[in-house]
Every structure is written in structure tokens, then in C-alpha cells.
Ligand binder design. Structure first.
Ligand SMILES: Nc1ncnc2c1ncn2[C@@H]1O[C@H](COP(=O)(O)OP(=O)(O)OP(=O)(O)O)[C@@H](O)[C@H]1O
Ligand SMILES: [Mg+2]
Length: 281
């Protein structure tokens, strides 16, 4: 029996009224096995982010049920839902605007632990150092501010922050899209290494077919809020069932390609840039 950490059934979300009514998510169902990645592809406005936000209950779906880690987490109040929050995190597209410019990166990573009253100052700061090290940021730089880091480093810091509460499930919404291609591959490989080490489950939203093919176990293709296709990654890419998916695969240049990602992974593993890597190069 597959161990599904997340089961969302018939999720629906409409915005606006009358002429401005938009059915953003129109009856989507997904299941994600623990430790696996579901990739979501689709053109701009197809409802990918709305679905991700509904699943995390950052916005309320109009209809549908959500089961997370064996419990039904839809149809309950936000306060009843709150204990689940620490297990579900989100990483966004723009690494700089995701960080508070007035907080040192150490404070940024510590902040969720403070909010959740976890440990004391000393144990939290120890944990911050471990987390920064885990994502490839020198822990001695914990006193520096976000602007002192590159975009890729800032995204590593956002990942450390997302990991600070030991989540089980992370929604990555275009988490690498704003980065240079070579940096994208580093962050994608970091996310995959972290998944192996920590048993994380991902919902990975992206425009980038190459990246989605590389890291997803299953792929959902969305158009106008509906599922055009939902299958194992291999099936989607080798044997796409729908015209829409075939066109998507044909028309969108996959940058970076799976081959580039693989090459980069081997290179970074050899150079030790991903020194915590649990994955042999
Ligand atoms: N808060 C909102 N209020 C009104 N309409 C919204 C809101 N959020 C999303 N929408 C609309 O819902 C539809 C789906 O938007 P969504 O952001 O989920 O798409 P997306 O697939 O994530 O697009 P992108 O690839 O550009 O990020 C769009 O038509 C969008 O304009
Ligand atoms: Mg989006």
C-alpha cells in the first residue's frame, strides 16, 4: 500500500464575481507519496500556485478535501489547522523578497523556531548553524544580511528557514525560476539531496520542463484550472497522452536540460560543493 502523505481530492477555487469570475482550480485531485515529488507544469494562469496555496490552506479552497499525514485537514478551522503548519512549508520564486531585509540571515532562520517556541536561544542558534551548513552557507556568516548574499545563496537561506521546523512537506513555487541556469541546477540538486537526507515530500511548481522532468516522480499538467494529464514522469515525457502535453514538450525549450542537470550534479559532487550530499555522484 502506498504511503500517501498528501491526498487532495476535487479541489476547487474561484476568484471574483460576474465578469471577473475566474475558476482558478477546477476540480483537481492529487496524491503524493511520502518522500516523493509531484511536479506541476502549466502555462501562466493555469492555477498552479492557487492549487499549492489551497493545499497549504494559505487560501481557502471553495470545495474539496485534503488529507495530510493521515488526518483530514480541510473543513477544520484555521486554529485547528495550525499545528499542521510547521510540517508544511513553502519556498517562493523571489529569494530576496522572501527574506526580511532587516533581519540577519541567522535571525531569519531562527525566527520560525522562536514563533513556535522551540528550544532556548542557545539551542536555536546551534540549530541555525547546522541548517546553514546543511544548505551550503558558511555558518560564520549568520550575522550578515540578505543583501550581502547572491540570489542563489539567498534561496539557500530560504530553504534553511523552511527546514527550521523540520517539515515533512514543502511546496516549491517556481523556487528556482528567478535564478541563473547554472544556479538553478545547484539549487535543484540541493533540494534533491535534502529530500534524500530528510525524507521530504515536495510539490514542485515550475514552468521549466527540464527541471520538472529531472526531479519529479509524478507530473500534473494543468490548463485553465483542470488536469490535462497526471501520470508518472516517464509516461508524461515519453508517451504524452494529450495534444496539449505534446505541444508543451515540443514548444518549450527545456532549460536547463536533464543532461545539463546530471552533468552539473556529477561536477558538484566531485568538487565537494555539495559536501553533505547523500547521493553518490
Ligand atoms: N488572489 C486572486 N484574486 C483574483 N484572481 C486570482 C488570485 N490569484 C490568482 N488569481 C487568478 O487565478 C488564475 C490562476 O492563477 P495562478 O496564480 O494560480 O496561476 P499560475 O499557474 O500559478 O500562474 P503563473 O505560472 O503565472 O504563476 C489566474 O487567472 C489568476 O489571475
Ligand atoms: Mg504561480
Amino acid at each position: 500500500m502506498p504511503d500517501y502523505i498528501l491526498e487532495a481530492t476535487d479541489i476547487r477555487k474561484t476568484f471574483g464575481k460576474g465578469d471577473r469570475r475566474v475558476v482558478a482550480v477546477d476540480g483537481i485531485s492529487v496524491k503524493i507519496e511520502r518522500g516523493k515529488t509531484l511536479g506541476i507544469l502549466g502555462e501562466s494562469g493555469s492555477g498552479k500556485s492557487t492549487l499549492g496555496r489551497c493545499i497549504l490552506r494559505l487560501i481557502e479552497p471553495d470545495a474539496g478535501t485534503i488529507k495530510f499525514d493521515g488526518k483530514t485537514v480541510s473543513g477544520i478551522s484555521q486554529s485547528q489547522f495550525r499545528p499542521n503548519r510547521r510540517n508544511m512549508q513553502m519556498i517562493f520564486q523571489n529569494p530576496f523578497s522572501s527574506l526580511n531585509p532587516k533581519m540577519s540571515v541567522g535571525e531569519a532562520v531562527e525566527d520560525p523556531m522562536k514563533i513556535w517556541n522551540i528550544g532556548d536561544g542557545e539551542s536555536r542558534r546551534k540549530r541555525v548553524r547546522e541548517l546553514l551548513d546543511l544548505v551550503g552557507i558558511n555558518p560564520n556568516r549568520s550575522g550578515a544580511f540578505p543583501y550581502e548574499f547572491s540570489g542563489g545563496q539567498q534561496q539557500r537561506i530560504n530553504i534553511a528557514r523552511a527546514l527550521s521546523l523540520d517539515p515533512k512537506f514543502i511546496v516549491c513555487d517556481e523556487a528556482v525560476s528567478a535564478l541563473d541556469v547554472s544556479i538553478q541546477t545547484q539549487i535543484v540538486n540541493l533540494l534533491m539531496d535534502l529530500q534524500k537526507q530528510l525524507g521530504l515530500t515536495y510539490l514542485f511548481i515550475s514552468h521549466n520542463l527540464g527541471v520538472v522532468e529531472y526531479l519529479s516522480d509524478d507530473v500534473l499538467i494543468m490548463q485553465h484550472g483542470k488536469a490535462v494529464e497526471y501520470a508518472k514522469t516517464e509516461e508524461i515525457f515519453k508517451n504524452p497522452k494529450s495534444e496539449y502535453t505534446r505541444n508543451l514538450i515540443a514548444s518549450v525549450p527545456a532549460m536547463p536540460t536533464v543532461e545539463q542537470l546530471m552533468a552539473k550534479k556529477i561536477a558538484t559532487s566531485k568538487s565537494g560543493a555539495l559536501k553533505k550530499s547523500a547521493v553518490p555522484g
